[in-house]
Design a protein around this ligand. Structure first.
Ligand code: TXA
Ligand code: MG
Length: 323
């Protein structure tokens, strides 16, 4: 597969929408950098983003929406969030807010967290795609993991051309730097990532932004950007590399050969595909975390494809105190 370059016109937009609806990956222009987009409500499409980027970890992704009303269907917008959205959307500001119970975004897109990052990008082509699709788009920067964020369609094509369906050519990005990320915790705004919207512009509206300090003692406060996106941790203990499930355990299985003996079983991928397994990971963990069993036994996952990222996240979930 070599990515098609879609023209930045009505035909290109319609083609991008059709591909996204079919669960394909399409790189889209925003005012900050190009994003690698998938329908945020399709688990498999979101898993394909991580596979294409080659990320060894599931970082939570931003859900891009057409307007504030669409954001309010996904997250709880408090008055501070509404003020910021009113003033800066569309634009290079991402807000991290509590996920609504009925939020339609894939758990994988949010890395299993109870919060979700949302933003309205300021680019006419991508806004047109969002309006026609009528769904949120999960989109990290459209570069292979560890490489620079792309600001032209050519950059995207050079880096990911063999791994995605298409790139919609919207010309060079006006800002050229990722969005500023602000998390609102109990009505207090925290700066998680400096970016394309200057801090002073935000502070003019909401007052001083708290800065997550690496060494804050108070466990009720966010400690660092990494820890703020604190990992989803199940309530029940996880037992990894388990091939001998016990009667008082739920089994998170992988592959065609499932050992007997568990109280219940959910299989991440009966055909043994790590991208399919990633698509189900957080959803199945949450489901198994809700039962009367003592623990969740997890079968071994091979380190191929997204297997490494799955193993990384399971390890963290098994030892929740390591942040
Ligand atoms: O300008 C941008 O933000 C671009 C364009 C494509 O929109 N996107 C982008 O996405 O830079 P990404 O995935 O490369 O960066 C998203 C940032 C990461 O630092 C991630 O940790 C943070 O947002 N983030 C996302 N969800 C979060 C959450 N629930 N809690 C804390 N941080 C979150
Ligand atoms: Mg990035």
């Amino acid at each position: 597969m070599t990515a098609r370059v879609l023209a930045g016109d009505a035909t290109g937009v319609a083609e991008a929408v059709a591909l996204l609806r079919a669960g394909e990956l399409v790189a889209l222009p925003t005012e900050t950098v190009y994003g690698l987009a998938a329908d945020a409500t399709q688990d498999a499409a979101v898993a394909a983003i991580f596979a294409a980027k080659g990320r060894p970890q599931f970082n939570p992704l931003i859900a891009h929406v057409a307007d504030q009303a669409a954001a309010a269907r996904l997250v709880e917008m408090d008055s501070l969030a509404s003020q910021l959205a009113e003033r800066f959307w569309p634009g290079p500001l991402t807000l991290v807010l509590p996920r609504r119970r009925d939020c339609a975004v894939s758990w994988l897109a949010g890395a299993g967290l109870d919060t979700l990052a949302v933003r309205v990008p300021d680019h006419p082509l991508t806004l047109a795609v969002l309006r026609q699709l009528g769904k949120p788009l999960a989109a990290p920067s459209a570069n292979p993991s560890g490489r620079l964020s792309p600001t032209t369609a050519r950059h995207v094509h050079d880096g990911l051309g063999e791994r995605i369906a298409a790139v919609l050519d919207g010309g060079p990005c006006a800002v050229g730097l990722e969005s500023t990320v602000v998390q609102i915790v109990d009505g207090v705004p925290w700066l998680l990532r400096p970016g394309g919207l200057p801090r002073a512009a935000i502070e003019a509206i909401v007052g001083p932004l708290r800065q997550a300090a690496a060494d804050a003692e108070d466990s009720h406060q966010p400690r660092s950007p990494g820890q703020l996106a604190s990992h989803y941790a199940p309530r029940l203990p996880l037992r990894l590399h388990a091939n001998d499930p016990q009667p008082d355990e739920a089994l998170l299985a992988f592959g065609p050969a499932v050992p007997a003996g568990a109280a219940t079983v959910l299989n991440l991928s009966p055909r043994g595909d790590t991208t399919e397994a990633a698509a189900h990971l957080f959803d199945y963990l949450r489901r198994l975390d809700d039962g009367p069993w003592r623990a969740i036994a997890v079968m071994p996952i091979p380190p191929t494809g997204l297997g490494e990222a799955i193993a990384d996240r399971l390890r963290r979930a098994a030892t929740p105190t390591d942040g």
